[in-house]
Write a protein that binds this ligand. Structure first.
Ligand SMILES: Nc1ncnc2c1ncn2[C@@H]1O[C@H](COP(=O)(O)OP(=O)(O)OP(=O)(O)O)[C@@H](O)[C@H]1O
Length: 259
């Protein structure tokens, strides 16, 4: 899905060119190329161990490839500082438990650190407030992050990413720990952000969700991209069978939206 009209310069494009990486002498990713444009919402599918998290870490500049490169708006990510990267791409991990009991407003304000340095008073600044409003968590602002549910925490992490100023969100299994209602609300929020020109790349183990909610899907199999295109075109039984090594007879019994 692409934004119809976007002010110039707001979106960031992220491009991976022929990435390969071995770990402990074993190839984990092989010749992986992809491009993520503003306004796109992309699901990254693949079996356990197929290399999804490793790919996200390469895209964020947290790991260095053995071969290939990552470009952020045309600039090699290897030439950018962590602070420069953080104002363009935000990583939204699966909901996590922080060590210290910060309030929700403080957690979101931490997103301002790459731009302004860490300062608790940022809880009152406009950008932090806008991020909290955008994600619809104003009612949680004074609550302790540690006392929230998994879904509420996920929303706080997204607000923190928005406060960071990042227009590209990279998410690792964002709905894995969420109940059906929270999952659907999170997906609606991501679709709204993508319609506003944000780029979203999220791993998921749910092909039905990828089909219903993501405009595009990329499938990894043993560290290699085996499909990349509109979800409705690329997600089918043949892909699932190959990705997850499921025989046709078992797929028949699973049902779901996949054709
Ligand atoms: N720090 C590491 N050192 C060595 N090998 C690693 C390391 N991290 C991951 N691997 C290996 O790289 C491969 C890909 O792992 P990765 O975590 O990227 O898979 P994934 O697709 O995200 O899996 P999952 O769906 O289970 O989260 C696996 O074989 C894993 O054992």
């Amino acid at each position: 899905m692409r934004a119809a009209a976007r002010p110039p310069g707001l979106g960031m494009s992220l491009r991976a060119e022929a990435l390969s990486l071995s770990r402990d002498g074993r190839p984990v990713l092989r010749d992986v190329s992809l491009a993520l444009e503003p306004g796109e919402m992309v699901a990254l599918l693949g079996a356990n161990g197929s290399g999804k998290t490793t790919l996200l870490r390469l895209l964020l500049g947290l790991l260095k490839p053995d071969a290939g490169r990552v470009l952020l708006d045309g600039e090699p990510i290897a030439s950018l500082s962590r602070r420069q990267i953080a104002t363009r791409i935000a990583y939204v991990p699966q909901s996590h438990q922080p060590t210290f009991p910060f309030t929700v407003a403080e957690m979101v304000a931490m997103g301002r650190a790459p731009a302004t340095g860490w300062d608790r008073r940022r809880t009152a600044d406009t950008i932090t407030g806008e991020a909290i409003e955008r994600v619809g968590i104003a009612h949680l602002a004074d609550r302790l992050y540690t006392a929230l549910s998994g879904g509420e925490r996920q929303s706080v992490l997204i607000a923190r990413a928005l406060a960071q100023g990042a227009r590209t969100l990279v998410m690792d299994e964002p709905t894995a720990a969420l109940d059906l209602g929270q999952r659907e609300r999170l997906m609606t929020l991501l679709q709204q952000l993508s319609a506003d020109g944000f780029a979203v790349l999220a791993t998921t183990h749910d092909p039905d969700q990828a089909l219903r909610r993501f405009g595009r899907a990329i499938a990894l199999h043993e560290g290699h991209v085996i499909a990349d295109g509109p979800s409705r075109t690329v997600i089918d039984r043949a892909l699932l069978s190959r990705c997850y090594d499921i025989p046709d007879t078992v797929l028949d019994r699973l049902g779901g939206a996949v054709p």
